[in-house]
Design a protein around this ligand. Structure first.
Ligand code: ZN
Length: 133
């Protein structure tokens, strides 16, 4: 089966600003050292459909097979939402997602059913790996 409808993937790394931000920082650094991804801003306050602090890691479909298994082994207790981007944000987050660790609540009312291709953010990698994954 083709996965062409999957334009990209997001991994949302959740943390508790008071207790696990340093763990999230260490994970973020290790990701950036190993994978060509787009590391998003820190959100110490919940944004969008997310109910806890997190940062986003956006990555290309061809990275899934190497990055997601690595994340499974190295998330260090942090909960991670991995979802595809297929121009159907509600389904992508609620039906098509996978969770590493505990599943978190999402605010489904802020997730559109469909978006236009032009509204899908292209991935702009901002990491320069120096370490073999
Ligand atoms: Zn996302």
């Amino acid at each position: 089966m083709s996965t062409a409808p999957i334009l990209s993937w997001h991994a949302h790394v959740y943390y508790d600003p008071a207790h696990s931000r340093s763990t999230a920082e260490a994970l973020r650094q290790r990701i950036g050292e190993r994978f060509v991804v787009q590391l998003g801003r820190w959100h110490d306050v919940p944004v969008g459909p997310h109910s806890a602090a997190m940062y986003q890691v956006a990555f290309a479909p061809e990275l899934f097979a190497s990055f997601v298994p690595w994340l499974m082994l190295h998330r260090d207790g942090l909960d991670v939402l991995v979802h595809p981007n297929t121009l159907a944000p509600r389904d992508d987050h609620l039906r098509h997602a996978l969770w590493l660790g505990d599943k978190r609540a999402l605010k489904q009312e802020v997730l559109p059913l469909r978006i236009a291709a032009a509204d899908e953010s292209p991935i702009v990698p901002n990491t320069t790996p120096t370490v073999e994954a």
